[in-house]
Design a protein around this ligand. Structure first.
Ligand SMILES: CC(C)(COP(=O)(O)OP(=O)(O)OC[C@H]1O[C@@H](n2cnc3c(N)ncnc32)[C@H](O)[C@@H]1OP(=O)(O)O)[C@@H](O)C(=O)NCCC(=O)NCCS
Length: 286
């Protein structure tokens, strides 16, 4: 059996925009379908480290600040041949130093959970990825006084307000970047914005997220509007576990594709509502 190199042989350095291509290769090796563009997007919004050994990029760990008090961690990967040698532990130590003073959230795979538990994280919920090729979906039926309209960059303050109500987080820079690379629809009732959803290219096709809405009926409207007319296309939605939308999505071709455990180290943000986060930006970004 090949010997696992000592973690001391590994150099950690800050992640840079130029790492996106090698990052995509690394994530493919652990079965994750991120594209180079997904890495560029993620690196552009946050910070993190990569591990280099013998000139090869063998590890990554990113974090994204959401305001001054909180951040999420994700894209924590050690190449298969380098796992089990303490590199994951070193990645976590580096992120904890970079994000010092913040409460931290992440969505843990089964492989990552023991590492995070040892780093002071505790379970606080879950996320269910649902994906697949869309079956025929009818256009959403809007009630009296309801309207779906495309959002522009001028709507950013509205999106920030709704998202803050739903998450308790300051995610303005992420929302601005999502508006640039994706398409956004705002749901209005009696002229008032009550929710929004964003569709963007991601992984094997597209992802719908975040989906921010007061209730599941509105969230369904904000998802159906993207599924309608996209029969046969590959779409992913990362739902909060326990969401009543799972069966409905499965009926429309987006089957459950795996659950992860949401974990927090420190305090969970207080989300005042009434808007709620029904689907994440994606599993890593929260
Ligand atoms: C999760 C991952 C990053 C861990 O990296 P790693 O280099 O293998 O982890 P380490 O060798 O540093 O081990 C970390 C700690 O977790 C412990 N651990 C790892 N797997 C464990 C298991 N199945 N049960 C109990 N403890 C476990 C180790 O003993 C170690 O603890 P210690 O430092 O007290 O000895 C790596 O397995 C990976 O990339 N997996 C695939 C991608 C993935 O799922 N990433 C997580 C995304 S949330």
């Amino acid at each position: 059996m090949a010997e696992i190199a000592a973690p001391e042989a590994l150099t950690l350095r800050p992640i840079a925009a130029g790492d996106a291509g090698l990052g995509a290769e690394l994530s493919r090796r652990v079965g994750w379908p991120y594209r180079r563009e997904d890495w560029e997007f993620a690196i552009g919004l946050g910070g993190g480290v990569v591990g280099v050994r013998d000139g090869k990029l063998v590890a990554s760990a990113l974090w994204w600040p959401y305001g001054k008090s909180h951040a999420t961690l994700g894209m924590i990967i050690v190449a298969p041949e380098a796992q089990g040698g303490g590199i994951g532990r070193r990645l976590m130590q580096a992120l904890l130093v970079q994000a010092e003073g913040r409460s931290l959230m992440l969505n843990a795979t089964a492989a990552g959970e023991p590492l995070y538990a040892k780093s002071g994280f505790r379970p606080c919920g879950g996320v269910r990825q649902q994906h697949g090729h869309v079956l025929a979906v009818a256009a959403p039926q809007l009630g009296a006084g309801e309207r779906l309209r495309p959002a522009s960059s001028a709507d950013l303050p509205i999106l920030e307000r709704l998202d803050r109500a739903a998450t308790g987080l300051e995610r303005g820079p992420s929302l601005a970047a999502l508006l640039e690379c994706g398409q956004c629809l705002v749901l209005e009732k009696a002229g008032q914005p009550v929710g929004f959803s964003i569709l963007r290219a991601f992984g094997r096709g597209h992802v719908i997220g975040p989906v921010v809405a007061a209730d599941e009926a509105d969230a369904r409207t904000l998802i159906a509007c993207w599924l309608h007319g996209r029969t046969g296309q590959f779409i992913r939605v990362d739902l909060r576990l326990g969401s009543g939308l799972g069966d409905w999505l499965a009926q429309h071709g987006l089957a459950p594709a795996g659950d992860v455990v949401a974990m927090v180290r420190g305090d969970l943000p207080a989300a005042p509502g009434p808007a709620r986060l029904h689907a994440l930006i994606n599993q890593a970004l929260g």
